[in-house]
Design a protein around this ligand. Structure first.
Ligand SMILES: [Zn+2]
Length: 428
């Protein structure tokens, strides 16, 4: 088996792995200015997708612009998330089928060129080539037997087992070994000869989830009791629903805004892919969905409630309306709920206490806090997972310190390496 790394090697973003030139695993986009895509656009016989995050699905429609249109295999939630994200990318960077540019004000131009490698027509074709599968249901494509296993990262996320009859490759995708309220941690450890393993948090130890949640809930409750409002920036996919579940469990009054609303409704149409669909249904009724009509956003900023909203790193979305409204009152609070990438307004706010919102530097008197509600395994989680694969060859990807982690694994007796972007590795 021959594995080529077209993206996501020694980096996070634009994951893309080509097996024997014919089977493509993921085809993501790296969010940056300008966005970055896999180093090559291959012509695979089939595509298999691990989960519906932009860095794993973001460039998929570009595979459908020619006459050869490979089938795309994924779970039902992954398909829906990929479509939602592709439409959003078109709005931000795209050109419509008629040649007109995307109508959104949020659309950005980089150096005068529009940075989207696909069109509305390509996005429309995604549904035509889509083939959905559940966990533990093997299927054949491009001469391989493929099986999905629950990866515990977000709803629909999968470990992908690829079997060519000789070699079994386990592509972990992003995964979490610990339970979240929205999804249970991964427990599946299918036998494999080669493990291609993510390593996002290979040098991080998460605090126990229950502690993080308790600290968050107490902090929000205190602010509401003092008469303040809490803005909770959260990623639309996974994190928004997790925060809804936490607010419902602690009876914290909350609003929800941004793309996370649509994702919540979608997930309730696929209850078998969430840990507790009844709890998610209750959390959805507990929250008030913001329509944004008639100045509602400005009005609710003095409601003594939590406002869960995109974007998670303050780089767009309705958060840009809420932050300027609440920032000058020190009774208010902003609670970041995930990792803040360097160069984002969220990171700036956490580090300096002010942030550039819509082109204006805004000092923030409201208190700013950071919580680690990660959906990835931490160092202990990665090591516990890999402990079941001591005899396998381990290829480390999807991380900022892939080489160091591979070194550490080798010291621990593993046959491990961290291929570079563009590398071709032969495994058996
Ligand atoms: Zn992910």
């Amino acid at each position: 088996m021959d594995i080529r790394f077209l993206g996501g090697a020694r980096e996070v973003g634009r994951s893309a792995i080509l097996v024997d030139g014919s089977l493509l695993l993921d085809f993501g986009m790296l969010t940056a200015t300008p966005p970055q895509f896999p180093v090559e656009t291959p012509s695979p016989d089939a595509v298999v997708v691990s989960h519906g995050h932009l860095d794993h699905v973001g460039t998929l429609p570009a595979l459908l612009s020619g006459t050869e249109r490979p089938p795309i295999h994924w779970t039902p939630p992954t398909q829906e998330l990929a479509l939602t994200l592709a439409r959003d990318t078109l709005k931000l960077h795209g050109v419509s089928a008629s040649g007109a540019r995307g109508g959104s004000k949020r659309r950005r131009r980089f150096g005068g060129t529009l940075q989207c490698p696909f069109t509305e027509t390509d996005v429309g074709r995604m549904t035509q080539v889509s083939e959905t599968h559940g966990y533990g249901e093997p299927f054949e494509t491009a001469g391989y037997e493929i099986t999905f296993y629950n990866a515990g990262h977000i709803p629909g996320s999968a470990h992908v087992l690829v079997d060519d009859g000789d070699t079994r490759l386990l592509y972990t995708g992003d995964f979490h070994t610990g339970d979240q309220r929205l999804v249970s941690g991964t427990t599946a450890r299918p036998a494999a000869d080669v493990v291609l393993c993510e390593s996002t948090y290979s040098d991080v130890d998460h605090d126990p989830r229950g502690d993080v949640e308790r600290r968050f809930a107490e902090s929000v409750e205190t602010t509401l009791w003092e008469g303040g409002t809490v803005v909770v920036p959260a990623f639309a996919i996974g994190r928004t629903q997790e925060m809804l579940l936490i607010c419902a469990a602690h009876d914290i009054p909350c609003y929800v805004d941004g793309m996370g609303k649509e994702v919540t409704r979608m997930l309730l149409r696929h209850p078998e892919f969430v840990r507790d669909a009844d709890a998610l249904r209750r959390a959805k009724s507990h929250a008030r969905f913001v329509t944004g009509r008639d100045g509602q956003r400005k009005r609710i900023t003095d409601q003594k409630a939590a406002i869960i909203t995109t974007s998670g790193m303050l780089s767009g979305g309705p958060a840009m309306t809420y932050i300027p409204e609440i920032r000058s009152n020190p009774t208010n609070k902003i609670t970041m709920t995930g990792y803040q990438v360097e160069g984002t307004p969220g990171r700036e706010l956490v580090e300096t206490g002010s942030a550039e919102i819509d082109g204006r530097i805004m000092p923030v008197s409201a208190r700013v806090e950071q919580y680690d509600f990660s959906a990835h395994a931490d160092r202990d989680g990665l090591l516990a997972f890999l402990d079941d694969y001591r005899d396998a060859e381990v290829l480390v990807n999807h991380g900022d310190r892939c080489e160091q982690f591979a070194d550490e694994l080798r010291e621990d007796g593993y046959d491990a390496s961290a291929p570079e972007l563009g590398d071709r590795v032969t495994v058996e």
